[in-house]
Design a protein around this ligand. Structure first.
Ligand code: PLP
Length: 465
């Protein structure tokens, strides 16, 4: 299995041809999911005692499995938070896969870790953290938030030990009522209490609300989490006032910027991120709005030593790594073995430069505002909230959830776009999350037109009843 043979050489060429063709699409096939029965009928049992052979397995993937998956880089993929890797980052992901690099330690991965760290330093400097800031690329924002909070609690515990203060019966952290579900999940994993501070009617958390939550929380608080770019609406919390309050109470200030922190790069929205320089830690996902492939979350700490104290794993076979005065990425998060998942972004940044990133993010934001203008002017559509970054949430007059569902299914069946229903305050709506530079205004207008067409047939059907 491991030797290069005539067969593996031929397979290599086929695989590279497949990858070359897939990467060459500006408009990849959108595709759609299939049922388990459909897949069983066409793909059958693929894991067998004797093996199918690489060519047959590749054929099954190309003809059956891949078309049964949605392409998240299609310009019409506008649901959840899509991903739209640059050509350079996707190409380099192949190189990472081919290179067998262990990304957990400097001893094994020095060159790759050096490059990843340059990207983390660039992000830290954009956010306004000192040069001594550092961290690690982890799998995703969920793991990034958890790792930062584990470091924060560890630091709080150590501080109480140092001062000789008693440990609380229960640790707690504060986040917004509009914060991402991964924070609730982190609280459950850590067995700590989560305290929701009320966001205002625009969905924005402020220092005043955090101050009130602190006053009501009692003993055991160790962190305040702000969101810079909520998932549903792309709202950036008032980082400045929250940071001031968190620091006044000696609390760790973490920013969950998984989706939206990339907006700090755009000249048009940079000011929204004032106060991010107060953060003790932040995350931003390159697989969301920094145009890198799955899966990568940049996790950065103001004082990486506090994270190292919390996360370093000790074991006899590891001592040779941990007892060196070197940068071992594994020591900064809940992970050990790791892929150098920051390298696709590094390669793309090294290729294009940071200005190209600022422009691409800015263009997405401009497009979001342009399509919001179209929606605002439409007699039957209304914005649920004004967009701040690149998420546009809107309703079609009189539509129930079933209408959004039926329209959304047709849009996917017609292979135009993937735009699923969402909801706010119990009312159904839909949303565009725009992070793909290949998404055009024409396509967005085509999608809006398809809502009008659906409405016309809906009204006609009602009239016939
Ligand atoms: C604000 C925010 N935080 C955290 C996450 C979790 O990130 P991941 O899906 O990479 O685990 C998301 C995902 O959408 C998010 O939008």
């Amino acid at each position: 299995m491991h030797k290069a043979t005539v067969e593996t050489a031929a397979l290599r060429e086929h695989i590279l041809t497949y990858a070359r063709t897939r990467m060459g699409y500006d408009n990849p096939p959108l595709d759609h999911p299939q049922t388990l029965e459909w897949l069983q009928q066409r793909a059958g049992q693929t894991v067998t005692e004797e093996g199918l052979g690489g060519m047959r397995a590749l054929g099954i993937f190309a003809d059956v499995l891949a078309p049964a998956t949605i392409s998240t880089d299609h310009p019409g993929y506008l649901s959840f938070i899509p991903t739209a890797p640059t050509e350079a980052s996707t190409l380099f992901d192949l190189v990472v896969s081919a290179s067998s690099i262990y990304g957990g330690s400097w001893l094994e991965g020095a060159g790759a870790v050096y490059a990843e760290n340059q990207v983390l330093s660039w992000l830290a400097s954009e956010v306004g953290l000192p040069e001594t800031a550092g961290g690690v690329f982890v799998q995703g924002g969920t793991l990034g938030n958890l790792s930062a909070l584990v470091a924060a609690r560890h630091a709080a515990r150590a501080e109480r030990e140092r001062k000789g203060t008693s440990q609380p019966a229960r640790w707690k952290f504060i986040c917004s009522s509009e914060a991402h579900s991964s924070l609730k999940s982190a609280a459950a994993v850590m067995d700590v209490e989560i305290i929701k501070a009320a966001a205002d009617t625009d969905g924005r958390l402020s220092g005043v609300a955090v101050e009130q939550a602190i006053a009501a929380a009692g003993d055991g608080l160790f962190a305040v989490v702000a969101t810079s770019g909520t998932t549903n609406f792309g709202i950036v919390d008032d980082l400045d006032s929250i940071g001031v309050v968190a620091k006044a109470h000696d609390l760790w200030f973490h920013i969950d910027g998984a989706y939206g922190l990339a907006g700090i790069l755009a000249p048009s929205t940079r000011k929204l991120f004032k106060g991010s320089e107060r953060a003790d830690s932040f995350i931003v996902d390159p697989h969301k709005w920094l145009f890198a492939p799955f899966d990568a979350c940049a996790l950065v700490y103001r004082n990486p030593e506090l994270a190292r104290a919390a996360h370093t794993q000790h074991g006899e076979y590891l001592d040779t790594l941990t007892e060196r005065d070197e940068w071992n990425p594994s020591d900064y998060a809940y992970n050990l073995t790791r892929r150098v998942r920051g390298l696709p972004l590094w390669f793309s940044l090294a290729t294009h430069g940071t200005n190209a990133y600022a422009k691409a993010v800015d263009d997405n934001i401009r497009l979001a505002h342009e399509i919001a203008d179209v929606i605002r002017a439409h007699p039957k559509m209304s914005l649920v909230r004004e967009p701040m970054l690149s998420v546009v949430v809107f309703e079609y007059d009189g539509w129930q959830l079933a209408d959004y569902e039926a329209w959304s299914s047709k849009l996917l069946d017609d292979q135009i776009a993937f735009v699923v229903p969402s909801s706010h305050a119990g009312r159904p709506n839909t949303r565009f999350a725009i992070v793909n530079p290949l998404t055009s205004k024409d396509l967005l207008i085509q999608i809006l037109d398809s809502m009008d067409e659906f409405e016309a047939s809906r009204t006609e059907k009602k009239g016939q009843q």
